[in-house]
Design a protein around this ligand. Structure first.
Ligand SMILES: [Zn+2]
Length: 325
């Protein structure tokens, strides 16, 4: 909790919000966006504590504790466990926000994943966001702000949670008890996203997968290996996108090694990266990165995983030979 508090309080987004509440010059609706979905959700909880704490966000008092333990009667969080917004939720919000707060001066509505709310429901909530009762604050969290109606956006103050520096992600993970080598891998894999990185860093199977992808890339020498590599890569996870992302992480690090070995983020995997560098020319790596993007798009369009993996591995080999060292 201490690490998380430090991480969140250190963001420009939080500092700006704190200032607004201190000066009593806050908005009644905020649209908060950010890359790390887990950090975004936690941020909204901290913002709520800030809005309700009689000491201006101490994170220690009874009020703050109630917010953190989701026991504050004046805080409502949506969507419910079902993870989806229903018309009954919106009706409930519209009716409830006119009821005075029970405990303090304000009521807070946390609307997570607002970008998943249908256009019809967003429209239904519009008037409430436009003219909310005086003592209410809405915190809308959205990963993809393009899915939020322009009319909703114009009624909210927009706050963006920036990506967190690599070093800060590492120090957060190490502070949470993760060893440095694993912290490096998780932080490189989840660039700028500390809490998503933590969720991977706590999953031992992720590191096994990572090492196996490293071996596959290191041993990819000729088209004779391609069938074996494809089946190995496919066997590592039900979600081939994760395998693709590990490959991307490795090749991005290889490019860094080409410009300056000191820039390598995966310092504990330096030997592996240097082996990959020996096999793939800089130009080859530049050409492989778009192949990984293409494969990702194909998966998003529901193409068959085996076909995508097959095409990718052959593409990588082709690039390797057409752009020799
Ligand atoms: Zn407090």
């Amino acid at each position: 909790m201490e690490q998380l508090t430090k991480l969140i309080c250190d963001t420009e987004a939080f500092k700006s919000l704190k200032k607004q509440f201190e000066q009593n010059a806050f908005s009644h609706a905020y649209l908060v966006s950010g890359q790390d979905p887990l950090l975004l959700k936690k941020f909204l909880v901290f913002a709520t504590a800030l809005a309700l704490c009689p000491k201006g966000g101490c994170f220690k008092c009874i009020t703050c504790n109630k917010v953190f333990s989701e026991n504050h009667v004046d805080v409502k969080k949506y969507p419910s466990e079902k993870g989806k917004y229903f018309v009954t939720d919106i009706n409930e919000i519209i009716d409830d926000c006119y009821v005075k707060p029970f405990e303090g001066e304000r009521k807070v509505y946390i609307l997570n994943d607002f970008d998943t709310m249908s256009v019809v429901l967003q429209n239904k909530l519009l008037k409430t966001l436009e003219e909310p009762p005086e003592n209410t604050v809405f915190f809308l969290g959205a990963f993809n702000t393009s899915a939020v109606l322009p009319t909703v956006k114009s009624r909210c103050q927009k706050i963006h949670l920036d990506c967190v520096d690599f070093e800060k992600v590492i120090s957060y993970l190490v502070g949470e008890g993760i060893n440095e080598a694993n912290a490096e891998i998780a932080a490189s894999f989840c660039d700028g996203m500390p809490l998503t990185a933590e969720s991977y860093a706590r999953d031992k199977t992720f590191f096994l997968l990572f090492d196996k992808v490293v071996e596959c890339v290191k041993n990819l020498d000729s088209s004779r290996d391609s069938l074996r590599t494809v089946s190995q890569l496919l066997s590592l996870s039900n979600d081939f996108k994760i395998v693709l992302k590990v490959m991307e992480t490795l090749f991005v690090q290889t490019l860094k090694a080409y410009s300056d070995e000191d820039l390598l983020l995966l310092k504990h995997k330096k030997n592996d990266i240097l082996t990959i560098k020996q096999k793939f020319s800089q130009r080859a790596v530049y050409n492989i990165l778009p192949l990984l993007d293409k494969a990702k798009i194909s998966l998003e369009n529901n193409c068959n995983q085996t076909v995508v993996a097959d095409k990718l591995v052959l593409g990588i080999l082709e690039v390797r030979y057409s752009c020799p060292k």
